[in-house]
Design a binder for this molecule. Sequence first.
Ligand SMILES: Cc1ncc(COP(=O)(O)O)c(C=O)c1O
Length: 327
Amino acid sequence: MAEERVPARVEDIMITSGGQQAIDLSIRTFVDPGDIVLAEGPTYPGAVPCFTTYEAQVIHVPMDGDGLQVDLVEEALDRLAAEGRRPKLLYTIPTFHNPAGVTMSRERRERLVQLAHERELLVVEDNPYGQIRFDGERLPTLYELDAGAGWVIYLSTFSKILAPGVRVGWVAAPQAVLRKMNLGKQAADLCSSTITQRFVIEYMRNHDWREHVARLNVVYRSRRDAMLRALEEELPAEASWTRPGGGLFVWATLPDYIDARDLLAMAIRREVAFVPGAAAFLDGQGRHSMRLNFSYIPEERISEGVRRLGLAVSEMIEIHRAFEGGG
Ligand SMILES: Cc1ncc(COP(=O)(O)O)c(C=O)c1O
């Protein structure tokens, strides 16, 4: 938390079983069936089952290159207010978004927190990727900008800076919220494994974790660059994609006659997989998009994977042309 310059005391924090449980507990704590939740469109695919389990009605707010369009959050709040409704919370990943690969600008962060204060909007800020940075300056977290006013719940994890297998994450929230979340935590698993927590403590004490993260970022940066180069070479001109300054993902969008799920079937035959965009929406959007991961495999395999993906896309384009009589 200090590294993100987020002021937090031990009593502001609850350890969870990964960031995933922190999302589950925040939704479980606040959302009753039918309650409205605002989320970016696309949102983290792993948050989707949390929203559906607690029967949230999710309204997606679009993003652009500067992240969540905060003016559209305001419009959504106005629209809902006109119907006598309001959202229980906004779930957002401001930094190096999964899956969109974009980062919310400083101006939008400031405006969002101001809006949260003006409209009493609870914001759940999920920040697993803040340290996985390749370019640009660190931006303040929403939790920091909230300055203890209590409108932001902050979540993070050791999954991306140490290892996902340790399943250690955390939430920082006001005391009253933590007390409620703690009830849910007890119902779920009593407490997170103290053995893996001890492992994390020993690691942080005895190793230079900042050095480790710096090394990860060197590796991931060149993998990101390899993926961006390969996309430029292999995807058709009608496709577009994000250029993430950090995190693990590129979000690519294809012409609207290509359904990414059909493309996935073709790509898997060539031993390439991606997450189809529809998995990141609860309202049927995202059918022409895909989430591509660049952190996992070495550069030469990224180039080969994108080459095969490009072949699968060409195949889809040919099928489309054949049926549409375009050639
Ligand atoms: C945005 C986001 N939140 C939460 C998580 C969950 O992380 P963990 O492995 O710590 O449960 C992930 C993992 O991919 C993620 O991308």
